[in-house]
Design a protein. Structure first.
Length: 199
């Protein structure tokens, strides 16, 4: 059993771990950590690796993840969607899934980051037809003796984990080569119904 941080369209490794570990825990009460997958994801754009970051309401230094609010001072949702569209519209399955993801960027506004992350995760798991079981922490604990603690292991540019991703075809691979462990949407848009078999 594992414990993971919340993630915005988390990387492939994140979903691979959810599939392999039953009854996982997802942290909702830790102090928010900047520049992690909690509020950003990495995709493959025409120019190579590109990071999509969710702007957040100004907060104090030690604010709990469950209290982190999303800022709508500028229309980041349209920017994220247009970037996803320009990056994946030529992928084999973007049109197949775009209606399922479009509402997150054009309709309902989520006040809290964990609400958006949770809703997107549930939608992606549904699209992947990936059956897994997880729950959310009810309070913060620094240590979980009976769990594998991955809250601060699956992070951008991390060298701590040993995840070895399998190769699959990416839209701009001929320009920039294969980019491993991107956001789950990269796998979904490129592999479609086969994405679940990837794990």
């Amino acid at each position: 059993m594992i414990i993971l941080s919340s993630a915005y369209l988390g990387p492939i490794e994140y979903f691979s771990l959810l599939k392999k570990n039953e009854d996982s825990l997802i942290e909702h009460h830790e102090h928010f950590i900047k520049q992690t997958y909690r509020s950003r994801c990495e995709i493959y754009s025409p120019n190579g690796l590109h990071t999509l970051s969710i702007p957040l309401v100004k907060r104090n230094h030690r604010q709990s993840m469950k209290d982190i609010q999303i800022s709508y001072d500028y229309d980041w949702r349209t920017i994220h969607w247009r970037t996803l569209e320009s990056s994946y519209k030529r992928s084999p399955f973007f049109e197949y899934y775009e209606d399922d993801l479009y509402p997150f960027y054009h309709q309902e506004k989520y006040k809290y980051l964990i609400e958006l992350n949770q809703a997107l995760q549930e939608q992606v798991l549904l699209l992947l037809k990936l059956k897994t079981s997880y729950s959310y922490t009810k309070s913060y604990k620094a240590e979980y003796p009976n769990l594998v603690d991955l809250r601060n292991v699956i992070i951008p540019k991390s060298e701590e984990h040993t995840y070895q991703p399998k190769k699959y075809t990416q839209v701009f691979e001929t320009r920039h080569g294969f980019l491993p462990n991107l956001s789950i949407v990269d796998l979904l848009f490129n592999e479609g119904p086969r994405a679940c078999d990837y794990f």
